[in-house]
Design a protein around this ligand. Structure first.
Ligand SMILES: Nc1ncnc2c1ncn2[C@@H]1O[C@H](COP(=O)(O)OP(=O)(O)O)[C@@H](O)[C@H]1O
Ligand SMILES: O=C(O)C1=C[C@@H](OP(=O)(O)O)[C@@H](O)[C@H](O)C1
Ligand SMILES: [Mg+2]
Length: 416
């Protein structure tokens, strides 16, 4: 039996990974230009994504209620030579909101976009007792819509949900369409994009200390529901959780930040080995790239030049997925570095309070010569490490580092 995803820009989709890790073992990504092309393949069932969620409707014999009401179909089942449409995105979004304990009651909500996915999200919100709901759009097509350029009229917005494809991989550098200075009351931004892990919109929201949720869990649950329809059997939560962790493992980088001598290099290497992952140490890359040792770069060209090379290296490596990255302690001094690392990565602050300075050869570390230098540096940087990190891992006498501990803290992060 054959299954597939159809859409116009799907090479970066995780659907193949998800479906083949659930119950089916043959799922293809079919990039097509015309919706009619899907009928050239002998498919038992398929998923539909942008821009065909509404275009598929004329070819269907029947639809479930939510698909009818939203005019958005993301799952199709072929049965007795007829095609039946379903909207499992709805269940995906609903499950994602429950998983993250999101409460919309009494909230002013902005949806970005007025395509098929916006109608699925809207359908859910209609039942949540929101105070107000407006769509910010490029071209007005319906009620409760306003142009993006009028965003400053919505100062009292509490929650923003992006349903557009702006910022989706591979177009991660797309221009941001919101200015968060316009939303002083906003406490939550949801982006249904899951690749990159954090879109530009989410990274920008986090700069304003706004909580964020990406679309990975929604993607997983809509896929689970689709398979339940195609195979006519239920999939238990245990299987779903396993696939969720598989996705995190495969696509999200684990990025170690923290003070010099905290163990980023040593632990990063240990973690990579234990988890069988690729490891990059940005300092090693800098040395390869410049063909000079780090103290030489500082001596010959100064810190500014070193920081420039460091940023170039971050730019070169940040699009990896599923790897371990050990950074140099000063990587946080340039916020652009952190924004890039956040795109596909979880940022983990190794706050090591046991650093033993006996026998240390300071000649490899141009910015520190003694304990006092380290103390001063930590005072200045500790707030920044804390601010940008997703997880802070404190290491002291009673809580030593271990790969298991590290792994557990990442696991816990994703299992609120
Ligand atoms: N040159 C050195 N000589 C002796 N021990 C060292 C040296 N460099 C690091 N260590 C030991 O390894 C630990 C971690 O260092 P490292 O992994 O290089 O940290 P980071 O990458 O965070 O600067 C330090 O706490 C120290 O005990
Ligand atoms: O903290 C810093 O500014 C630096 C830390 C070093 O890396 P480690 O943190 O791995 O020692 C290295 O990048 C360079 O000497 C600058
Ligand atoms: Mg290091």
């Amino acid at each position: 039996m054959k299954f597939a995803l159809i859409g116009s820009n799907i090479s970066q989709s995780y659907s193949k990974t998800i479906h083949e890790n659930l119950l089916i073992n043959n799922y293809q990504l079919l990039q097509i230009k015309d919706i009619k092309d899907v009928f050239n393949y002998d498919l038992k069932g398929f998923n539909v994504t942008h821009p065909f969620k509404e275009d598929i409707i004329p070819y269907l014999s029947s639809m479930d209620d939510i698909a009818k009401e939203t005019r958005a179909v993301n799952t199709v089942l072929k049965k007795n030579n007829h095609y039946i449409g379903f909207n499992t995105d709805y269940e995906g979004f609903k499950a994602m909101m429950a998983y993250n304990h999101v409460d919309f009651q009494g909230k002013n909500v902005l949806i970005l976009g007025n395509g098929a996915s916006s109608r699925t999200v809207e359908h859910y919100l209609m039942k949540q007792n929101v105070k107000s709901l407006t769509k910010l759009v490029r071209t007005i097509k319906g009620d409760h819509e306003d142009l993006i350029k009028n965003q400053n009229k919505y100062m009292d917005t509490h929650i923003i949900i992006n349903t557009t494809t702006v910022g989706m991989s591979p177009h991660t550098k797309d221009k941001l369409i919101l200015n968060f200075h316009n939303f002083p009351e906003c406490t939550l931004v949801i982006d249904i994009i899951y690749n990159p892990y954090r879109s530009k919109l989410l990274i920008e929201a986090e700069k304003f200390n706004i909580k964020t949720i990406n679309g990975l869990y929604m993607l997983l649950i809509q896929a689970k529901k689709a398979q339940e329809i195609w195979l006519n059997q239920t999939i238990d939560l245990n299987t779903v959780n396993k696939v969720y962790h598989h996705l995190i493992n495969q696509y999200i980088n684990l990025v170690l930040i923290g003070m010099p001598l905290s163990g980023k290099t040593t632990y990063g290497q240990l973690i990579a080995k234990a988890l069988n992952k690729k490891w990059i140490d940005t300092d090693i890359k800098i040395e390869e790239y410049s063909q000079l040792k780090i103290p030489q770069i500082f001596k010959l060209s100064g810190e500014e030049k070193f920081r420039e090379i460091e940023s170039q290296v971050i730019d070169l490596i940040h699009q990896n997925q599923g790897i371990i990255i050990s950074t140099g302690g000063g990587v946080i001094l340039n916020h652009t570095n952190i924004e890039k690392l956040k795109e596909n990565g979880l940022i983990i602050y190794i706050n090591n309070q046991t650093t033993n300075l006996n026998n240390i050869d300071f000649s490899h570390r141009p910015l520190i010569n003694n304990l006092d230098d380290i103390k001063k540096m930590k005072e200045k940087r500790d707030p920044i490490y804390k601010e940008v990190a997703d997880i802070e891992m404190i290491i002291d006498e009673s809580n030593p580092f271990s790969v298991e501990r590290f792994r557990d803290s990442v696991y816990e992060y994703f299992n609120h």
